[in-house]
Write a protein that binds this ligand. Structure first.
Ligand code: CP
Ligand code: NVA
Length: 298
């Protein structure tokens, strides 16, 4: 049982909480733990599209003996002017847990403030902690733990990257970050990682950044909601693509949260190669979230 009310970002969890969730996820995945959450309902609020988050939460709730309700912007009054705090108060009178995928991180905090039930961040512009849970579960499986794992992030200092920085800090993974200087991780995230005792090393050259890496992680350069900045961002990220040339400089396995924009941040041949962990990452969303939900709610 976790001593937290909500999962706002990955660093809501202590290092001990994180280990507890990952252990529970592993046990749910292997079948060693068959804890159920019968008669439990999740409300899933989506302001942005999703494949993995929606399907893994909905399937996870079914497998746990509960139920999930998809609530898109056109389905409820939220998209038609009802204040967020009213939606949150009302939702938590019906459901047992809320998962929300939103643009503004402050909106997630507001939902959590007014909710009587746990609120789980399913991605905001700043953070994607459920992805990080799956990423850390995948790394732990592939390397039999976190000891001596060297990870490198190449690309945009975005929501997935920021939660990965904090997740690596909690797990004690050495991380190198390589982004265009104007698209780095936020100062607040770097400061928080430092407070957690594991600030990432920031390196400018992608080849230098990947040379000692065991894990090379990238994500899209144009995130949801940034479509009008596409031309500007594609120009800024020239040279940061994860392609076969960059892979020839490292023995690292490649991670990506998906969906990928093939030909932009990562090439088709890399994603189709045997150097990727991306399909295990996607599957582990299901197991990681089941571990989280059981720990939050049993
Ligand atoms: N990785 C991830 O969150 O994917 P979706 O946008 O498909 O949910
Ligand atoms: N950075 C991406 C992640 C998608 C799962 C986005 O926010 O669109």
């Amino acid at each position: 049982m976790l001593d937290v009310d909500h999962l706002v970002d990955i660093d809501t969890l202590s290092p001990e909480d994180l280990e507890t969730v990952l252990d529970r996820a592993e046990a749910q995945k292997s079948g060693a733990d068959d804890t159920q959450l019968p008669q439990t309902t999740m409300g899933m609020l989506f302001e942005k599209p999703s494949t993995r988050t929606r399907i893994s939460f909905e399937t996870g709730m079914t497998e746990l003996g509960g139920h999930a309700i998809f609530l898109g912007p056109e389905d409820i009054q939220l998209g038609h002017g009802e204040p967020l705090k009213d939606t949150s108060r009302v939702l938590s009178r019906y459901v047992d847990v809320v998962m929300a995928r939103l643009f503004d991180h402050a909106d997630l905090l507001e939902i959590a403030t007014y909710s009587d039930v746990p609120v789980v961040n399913g991605l905001t512009d700043e953070a994607h902690p459920c992805q990080t849970l799956a990423d850390l579960l995948t790394i732990r499986e592939a390397f039999d733990g976190f000891d001596d794992v060297q990870a490198t992030w190449v690309g945009d200092g975005n929501n997935v990257g920021q939660s990965f920085v904090l997740g690596c800090a909690l797990a004690g993974i050495d991380l190198t970050v390589c982004t265009p200087p104007e698209y780095g991780m936020s100062d607040a995230v770097l400061k928080r990682a430092d407070e957690l005792g594991h600030a990432p090393e920031v390196v400018e050259d992608p080849v230098e950044a990947v040379s000692d890496a065991d894990v090379l992680y990238t994500d899209v350069w144009v995130s949801m909601g940034q479509e009008d900045r596409r031309a500007e961002k594609l120009a800024a990220f020239d040279g940061y693509q994860v392609n076969m040339d960059l892979l020839s400089e490292t023995d690292a396995v490649v991670m990506h949260c998906l969906p990928a924009h093939r030909g932009e941040e990562i090439t088709d041949d890399v994603l189709e190669s045997d150097r990727v962990l991306v399909w295990d990452q996607a599957e582990n969303r299901l197991h990681a979230q089941k571990g989280l939900l059981v720990e939050l709610m049993e």
